[in-house]
Design a protein around this ligand. Structure first.
Ligand SMILES: Nc1ncnc2c1ncn2[C@@H]1O[C@H](COP(=O)(O)OP(=O)(O)OP(=O)(O)O)[C@@H](O)[C@H]1O
Ligand SMILES: [Mg+2]
Length: 364
């Protein structure tokens, strides 16, 4: 799968821009504030109808305009698809794949799986568990066909159970929703556990490839105690759940923790180490997807130069190139960007104040 063409309108400082992309490597060079990350965001928007920088889409819409629109031509399994995503300030959204109106953004994600490696990736280690659960969801969504329905079921039951607790409803109703919730949560936990078992091996291998740190561990926490069943826990917690008016334990409290020498990575690693570790987390997810659907991923690599020494940068570039996936990478200095990615074929774009100034194919 690759993105062949991209048309951007009304995204941050980009009024209008069109790019014909290289199926493997695309480099975007420009000064601070020129619009490099905004181009990556546009690609991400095309694959998710969201921004990777903000939780809402509104900041993405260029100042002074009412809507943003990104169109793309995607090649997938030998077929070409026209994809378009539009959002306006009022929050309404139009998604089209081959002129069909699409209701669910997950259809975009299936067609155009995207992983972002950027400045905020480190929040996978430094940020709250919710980010790591979203990370887990991304992986499971792409490799486990029934994940979405189980995920939706679990959330629906949790919401209902919390509603009963909030209203101090009758025990009978609470029991009904607890039983349903347990059913979905146990499925979800099985998915997560099975995914993490393989993921852990892939992640540790990638860490070995990319950095000198040893004694790294990656552990999945399911969101309730290891002893006893989830039903037992809900029975034990009935009083406190009722008192607080919501469910304390369950899939909504799961986490993935990375530690080094027995200490949480966030508390012990340097900034550069955290960056490599968190990028390895993301690239390992890519590898998990690769094992199911090879060549079916776009990596958006934002300003890799920041905080990394030459050796780490080189290892990451070499790894990403070896995956054969399409890459769009940004940098401030053309020379160091081209030198890091040294490859036979690539395309280079220069961006200046939201406009593409030059597009060239480089050889060698
Ligand atoms: N909604 C918006 N409308 C117009 N301009 C915006 C909007 N949001 C952000 N900008 C501006 O767009 C410009 C491009 O931002 P972007 O983050 O893409 O730059 P960049 O090239 O990645 O810079 P850096 O090298 O500093 O990371 C910035 O000047 C930013 O202030
Ligand atoms: Mg940027």
């Amino acid at each position: 799968m690759s993105l062949l063409r991209l048309d951007i309108a009304g995204i941050r400082n980009i009024r209008q821009a069109s790019l014909t992309l290289h199926p493997q490597l695309n480099l975007i060079v420009g000064q601070n504030g020129s619009g490099k990350t905004s181009i990556l965001e546009s690609i991400y928007f095309l694959g998710s109808a969201r921004s990777f920088r903000n939780s809402s889409v509104e900041p993405l819409i260029a100042n002074g305009v009412e809507e943003c629109l990104v169109r793309g031509e995607v090649e997938s399994n030998g077929q070409s698809h026209a994809v378009a995503v539009q959002r306006n300030r009022a929050g309404s959204r139009v998604i089209k794949i081959d002129s069909d109106d699409i209701k669910r953004a997950t259809d975009l994600a299936s067609l155009l799986p995207i992983l972002v490696l950027g400045a905020d990736t480190v929040n996978l280690l430094l940020g709250p568990p919710g980010l790591r659960r979203r990370f887990l969801n991304w992986g499971l969504f792409h490799v486990e066909p029934s994940f979405s329905s189980v995920w939706e079921g679990a959330n629906r039951c949790l919401k209902q159970r919390n509603e009963v607790l909030r209203q101090n409803g009758p025990d009978k109703e609470l029991d009904t929703w607890t039983r349903e919730l347990v059913k979905y949560t146990e499925r979800l936990d099985q998915f997560r556990k099975a995914y993490m078992q393989v993921y852990e091996q892939v992640f540790l291998e990638n860490c070995k490839l990319m950095m000198a740190l040893t004694n790294i561990s990656c552990r999945y926490f399911r969101g309730w105690g290891n002893d006893g069943t989830l039903s037992d826990w809900y029975e034990k917690d009935r009083g406190i759940d009722r008192k607080r008016g919501f469910t304390q334990k369950g899939f909504q409290r799961a986490d993935v923790r990375i530690s080094v020498n027995g200490e949480e990575a966030a508390n012990t690693c340097s900034r550069g180490e955290l960056k490599v570790l968190s990028w390895a987390m993301v690239m390992s997810q890519g590898a998990m997807l690769e094992s199911k659907k090879s060549g079916n991923l776009i990596y958006l690599v934002d300003d890799m130069g920041a905080e990394l020494d030459d050796q780490h940068r080189q290892r990451i570039c070499d790894y990403l190139k070896s995956t054969g996936n399409q890459i769009v990478a940004t940098g401030i200095k053309q020379d160091s960007l081209v030198a890091s990615w040294k490859t036979h074929e690539q395309k280079l774009f220069h961006v200046e104040r939201g406009a593409l100034k030059l597009e060239e194919s480089l050889n060698g």
